[in-house]
Design a protein around this ligand. Structure first.
Ligand SMILES: Cc1cc2nc3c(=O)[nH]c(=O)nc-3n(C[C@H](O)[C@H](O)[C@H](O)COP(=O)(O)O)c2cc1C
Length: 409
């Protein structure tokens, strides 16, 4: 009887002799005979990711698995991405400790993203001439299949056994295959030669956006130049990375930036420049003054500041002020945080975003199912967007505005 280990989480073990009641696998079942729908209960990987291991390896891992079961629910929620906010308190650790992928501290900002979005509802509007909605659009001169982009994420190598480069590649390539564009994040992990995000960008021939943490100007300008060499679609800084605990712990200082410093970064490159992590009108205006081509309304998915507002709460105010002051330049506005369905995407567009970034649902897939999983999620989103547009009489993305929304009283 063979014993198996999941190569994605490196935690789950399966013994043919005992079967696995928690995934309804009977004693004596070979992995080849698992149903195709089977998923690793720890990380969500498919059965193909299980490999045979020796008795010795099995028992070593089985012990680790047993130690791990106390924390299993939490880690499962991280990787498998149980995104029902109602379940969050069950996973709370001691007060003030980061909740990993679920958001920092008490998780209030993380939750605010969901509650802010859920206050808005779509209004059916059906008596009009039928047309199939046009969902394709253009982002910074590149045609894309929908107004959805892959959010920059990093650090998954700390909670799974994927490398930072492979993770970034899975996001970029998955987005590319789905007809859109992915961003990369900036890991605090040390790297040897080139930054993993830039290596991943190279592998996809520049079809992606690199976002870097607000480190010193010298470090940033060097990274931006490297992205430019790989012909990135755009580069940028997540200004809210100034609160990154991981970077502080890794001894890599991060800073708030002035308008002049942001302008210096913008002027250091011929690529479009993105300022991500804007949550107030003052920062939006300052980023616009610095020359940002894209402003990302985002609270980092609630990962840097607890007790913050939800993105959907601040987006309309920021969008209206930017539109009033950008002198027709139409600075591109992206929004992210708590977007889980195409209906959420349409709500963010109606609230003033031009494009919507999706984070954790893609992270989960990039770790557990790779490029194909990322593509699949994006396809689901696209399907929902189409339905939402048909049901609200929006034939084009331009037709989407606040008029299609109702608010829960
Ligand atoms: C695991 C993880 C890592 C992240 N790393 C980065 C990063 O390196 N740079 C960045 O700008 N944003 C980072 N983010 C924030 C995302 O870009 C995005 O703002 C957020 O995930 C959106 O919320 P959502 O996950 O609810 O869709 C990260 C988010 C997660 C979940």
């Amino acid at each position: 009887m063979v014993k198996w280990l999941c190569t994605v989480c490196n935690i789950y073990v399966y013994d043919e002799e005992t079967g696995d009641p928690q995934t309804s696998i009977d004693k004596g079942t070979k992995v080849q005979d698992f149903p195709d729908s089977w998923r690793c209960p720890v990380c969500g990987a498919t059965k193909e990711k299980l490999v045979p291991v020796t008795q010795e390896e099995y028992w070593q891992k089985a012990r680790a698995y047993t130690d791990f079961t106390g924390k299993k629910e939490e880690i499962t929620s991280i990787l498998v991405g149980v995104d029902n906010p109602q379940t969050v308190p069950e996973f709370r650790q001691e007060y003030g400790k980061p909740l990993g992928l679920r958001g920092i501290g008490q998780g209030l900002t993380y939750l605010a993203n969901f509650s802010a979005l859920s206050k808005y509802r779509l209004k059916n509007r059906l008596i009009s001439k039928h047309a199939d909605p046009v969902i394709e659009t253009t982002f910074l001169g590149k045609k894309i299949s929908m107004p959805v982009l892959g959010a920059p994420m990093s650090g998954l190598s700390f909670v799974s056994n994927i490398t930072e480069e492979d993770f970034a590649y899975n996001i970029l390539e998955g987005c590319k295959v789905a007809g859109t564009i992915g961003y990369t994040g900036n890991t605090s992990r040390d790297y040897e030669m080139k930054h993993p995000a830039i290596m991943a960008l190279k592998k996809v021939n520049g079809h992606g956006v690199n976002i870097f943490k607000p480190q010193s100007q010298e470090v940033l300008i060097d990274l931006i130049k490297q992205s430019e060499e790989e012909k990135a679609v755009a580069v940028g800084v997540d200004i809210d990375g100034a609160g990154s605990v991981n970077f502080a712990l890794a001894g890599k200082p991060v800073f708030r930036k002035t308008i002049d410093e942001l302008r210096e970064l913008k002027n250091a490159t011929s690529l479009p420049f993105i300022v991500k992590g804007v949550m107030c009108v003052e920062d939006a205006l300052a980023a616009a003054e610095a020359g940002a081509d894209v402003i990302g309304v985002s609270n980092h998915g609630g990962r840097v500041l607890d007790s913050g507002l939800g993105v959907a709460d601040v987006l309309p105010g920021i969008a209206s002020v930017l539109r009033d002051t950008d002198n027709g330049k139409r600075i591109i506005i992206t929004a992210d945080g708590g977007v889980r369905t195409g209906f959420d995407v349409v709500k963010m567009l109606a609230l003033g975003a031009d494009f919507v970034l999706v984070g954790r649902p893609l992270a989960r897939e990039a770790v557990s199912s790779g490029v194909e999983g990322v593509r699949r999620i994006l396809d689901y989103l696209r399907t929902d967007i189409r339905i939402a547009m048909i049901m609200t009489s929006c034939n084009t993305l331009e037709d989407i505005n606040e008029g299609i929304l109702g608010k829960e009283s």
